[in-house]
Design a protein around this ligand. Structure first.
Ligand SMILES: [Zn+2]
Length: 332
């Protein structure tokens, strides 16, 4: 059984109070930044509403008939609608099936939980198809729409849902929770995930920390003259170039920010902050802005299928040149 996350306690409490006073909304829009656990909240909420003997804080017991049916994936009172493929739109046929199921009576005689995740995967046709259900839901039906881009939803959908927002969790709470999951360099992973804990978890699973550490090491080797731009460009062209350029941009951004504010509190790359602060003092901001622009240009042209290795070479040569001019300057 799922529980709500430590940073979702106030939202949970608010809904349980509404439930206690028989004012539970029939349609909720769970909105807020990506990868912060909105789906886990929706699942925990659904389980809690279906459970026949909830525990403290109204969490599902995992023991009753309803909870056992849910655990076995056999509970028709909890249905979710998702796109067939991540990033694609929800198909109209799937929506029609979902609406038909919404009208069926409850299997266990209680609530019927219907989740749409993400709701912004509805196009105009699927959103219109849902409208009538939102206006006249069947008895005991609870619709949970999840979206990290609620602005993409038609106003007619948004206005028929009660909005429940989930802001980015406080950093300390995310770090405590991540440390409870397993050991990893969460400080860095959370920073490169822009504070979204589930993104940090995903990156840890993909071994991203190791890939980034390698990239950082290679970048410093280039800047110190221990490797050359052509060799490095060949190596990077064979990897996830978009990801490498994203990291490079975040490093340059940190250098630029450190140049303005040497005691920067929340850098994107806290593990190499001292080295980046050093680089920030070695050159004026203009040089870093110039390199940053080149990185952005290279990122844009990635989609245009131009010769990637050549582009990376051009970019890395200019980075190495700038670094050589600094080192030369220091030796004089
Ligand atoms: Zn139960």
């Amino acid at each position: 059984m799922q529980s709500f996350l430590p940073w979702q306690a106030s939202q949970w409490l608010r809904l349980q109070e509404a439930r206690a006073s028989d004012r539970f909304p029939h349609a909720l829009l769970l909105s807020g930044p990506e990868h912060t656990g909105k789906r886990q909240f929706a699942d925990a909420l659904g389980q809690s509403l279906l459970c026949q003997s909830p525990l403290a804080h109204h969490l599902a017991c995992a023991d009753c008939t309803s909870c056992k049916l849910l655990a076995a994936g056999n509970h028709s009172d909890m249905v979710s609608l998702e796109p067939e493929e991540e990033g694609k739109a929800i198909k109209i046929d799937a929506m029609r099936e979902f609406i038909t199921a919404e009208r069926l009576s409850s299997q266990c005689g209680g609530y019927k939980i219907r989740i749409i995740d993400p709701a912004d995967a509805m196009n105009t046709a699927t959103a219109n198809a849902l409208l009538k259900t939102l206006e006249e839901p069947s008895e005991n039906s609870i619709l949970l729409l999840i979206s990290s881009r609620p602005g993409m939803l038609p106003g007619t959908i948004r206005s028929r849902c009660q909005n429940l927002t989930f802001p980015l969790p406080p950093r300390k709470q995310s770090l405590d929770w991540l440390n409870d999951q397993h050991t990893a360099n969460w400080e860095v992973l959370l920073s490169v995930s822009a504070g979204a804990p589930f993104k940090a978890l995903e990156l840890a699973r993909q071994g991203v920390f190791e890939a980034r550490a390698q990239m950082v090491e290679e970048l410093f080797a280039l800047l110190d003259g221990r490797t050359d731009a052509v060799t490095l460009a060949a190596a990077w062209a064979g990897r996830d170039a978009a990801q490498l350029l994203h990291w490079l941009a975040s490093i340059l951004l940190d250098i630029i920010r450190l140049g303005v504010k040497p005691d920067l509190v929340s850098p994107f790359n806290p593990d190499i902050q001292t080295r980046l602060a050093d680089l920030a003092t070695q050159k004026n901001a203009k040089t870093w802005h110039h390199i940053m622009r080149k990185v952005m240009d290279t990122r844009k042209s990635l989609t245009r299928q131009l010769n990637l290795q050549l582009q990376l070479e051009a970019l890395l040569i200019s980075l190495a040149d700038e670094s050589a001019s600094v080192q030369g300057g220091r030796n004089q």
